[in-house]
Design a protein around this ligand. Structure first.
Ligand SMILES: [Zn+2]
Length: 142
């Protein structure tokens, strides 16, 4: 068993609906749900499609690619571990899979370099044997 230190106040509560998502993060797979009725994707996991209300959902592995829809730069926070990560960028990322949007840390970039529509890629930050945190970083151009 690998040892990690994650403060209790940021340990996610892994609900039955979200178990597949968290299990995927350990394998470095971004698991999201897709609706069989309307075809759209979504994140976070839930029982009903947020786009059309259908219950006909299945899991897919997202590419991890997306673009910044919006973001904010956090420059003040007195709570560990966030106080050691300032300035911290939190972004809403529109995944490549239509309909899916994620809220996540945007890492490995200076705040001044972030812009709407910036291409980003998911990166997995191991936190325990049961889950990893999902961050995004700027996509590496070919
Ligand atoms: Zn739907």
């Amino acid at each position: 068993m690998t040892e990690f230190f994650v403060p209790k106040h940021i340990v996610p509560r892994i609900t039955p609906d979200a178990a597949e998502f968290f299990a995927g993060t350990v394998r470095e797979e971004l698991r999201i749900q897709q609706c069989d009725t309307c075809g759209l994707h979504h994140h976070y996991p839930r029982m009903l499609c947020p786009h059309c209300g259908a219950e006909t959902l299945h899991w897919v592995t997202a590419s991890g690619r997306g673009v910044v829809h919006s973001y904010t730069v956090i420059r003040q926070n007195g709570v560990p571990p966030f106080n050691e990560q300032l300035p911290m960028i939190v972004a809403l990322v529109d995944l490549e899979e239509p309909g899916a949007r994620m809220l996540a840390n945007l890492a490995r970039i200076e705040p001044e370099a972030v812009e709407v529509d910036l291409e980003v890629t998911a990166v997995f930050r191991p936190a325990s044997d049961e889950y990893s945190f999902v961050d995004f970083r700027p996509a590496v151009s070919a």
